[in-house]
Design a protein around this ligand. Structure first.
Ligand SMILES: NC(=O)c1ccc[n+]([C@@H]2O[C@H](COP(=O)([O-])OP(=O)(O)OC[C@H]3O[C@@H](n4cnc5c(N)ncnc54)[C@H](OP(=O)(O)O)[C@@H]3O)[C@@H](O)[C@H]2O)c1
Length: 245
């Protein structure tokens, strides 16, 4: 059976690794992968890396997922491509390294909107479109479970994402759609650009494996979760053993 799969922010870091994993595992020529992108350059780069076979399966859709209107427009385009969908990965997030004292209302509101509100309403709009056996993955973060010192608003948004996965179960009851959240600790992606060696060393001391995850390791967990029909309503942490010491 062919599948319609969607990944938001799928041209960089973890999202790109998930999109590539879905293509690698795709066995049906009729499969469709819809990849949301934000920066044109990232899309062009990813497109240039795809095989001819994969290009036939992929549709890139621009959307600013920090706005309700951007999400609405994206959903409309998805429905034009396919009125029914199977797998949805909500991967978009933004953060800030501002201190709490430096926050203004706008930055608080934008981060909660992008990380929590927009995905919530995207799922609301796509809810009637899921085929039986559908899967939703929400990209959380260990920061949503532990209180990292660095980013209060990001942590709060991810805690909301984790709880959203559990609360949505009730809303999807009877639809045979599984919903899970994945919570990585630290992953080597462009998100880490600018991190100092001192910061890497300090964090690596707290991780039992003494390194950041590769994006492919997160993508594998996402895929394994979506292909296991009995994982549902769960927060899956992938941390390398964080806070071991
Ligand atoms: N890296 C980590 O250590 C880590 C740990 C835990 C959780 N996570 C989560 O993993 C997810 C992906 O992060 P990443 O590490 O892969 O970071 P990344 O490589 O920086 O990717 C972030 C993605 O978000 C996209 N994006 C930013 N603003 C957007 C907007 N307004 N509309 C649509 N897309 C937008 C970016 O698009 P462009 O590149 O086109 O700008 C990029 O594709 C996030 O949910 C993050 O919270 C990451």
């Amino acid at each position: 059976m062919s599948k319609v799969m969607i990944v938001t922010s799928g041209t960089s870091g973890i999202g790109k690794a998930i999109a590539n994993k879905l293509l690698k595992e795709s066995r049906c020529t009729e499969d469709k992968l819809i990849i949301n992108y934000f920066e044109e350059d990232q899309k062009t780069q990813m497109l240039s890396e795809l095989s001819q076979e994969d290009k036939k399966k992929v549709t890139f859709i621009y959307a600013d997922m920090s706005t309700y209107e951007g999400m609405e427009d994206f959903v409309e385009q998805v429905i034009e491509i396919s009125p029914k969908i199977d797998w949805l990965v909500c991967n978009t997030a933004i953060g800030t390294y501002k201190k709490f004292e430096e926050y203004d209302y706008e930055i608080w509101e934008k981060i909660l909107r992008t990380n929590l509100s927009v995905p919530t309403f995207m799922i609301q709009k796509l809810k009637p479109r899921f085929n039986k056996g559908g899967k939703i993955i929400l990209m959380g973060s260990l920061a949503g479970s532990l209180s990292y010192s660095s980013s209060l608003v990001y942590s709060v948004s991810k805690a909301g994402v984790h709880h959203l996965a559990k609360c949505l179960l009730k809303e999807f009851d009877g639809q045979n759609v599984s919903i899970n959240a994945i919570a990585p600790s630290f992953v080597q992606t462009p998100w880490q650009n600018g991190r100092s060696q001192e910061s890497y060393d300090r964090i690596n001391k707290k991780i039992n494996l003494h390194r950041f995850a590769e994006a492919d390791e997160i993508a594998k967990l996402v895929y394994d979760t979506m292909t296991n029909d009995f994982i549902n309503g769960t927060l899956l942490e992938i941390t390398g053993g964080y806070d071991y010491f």
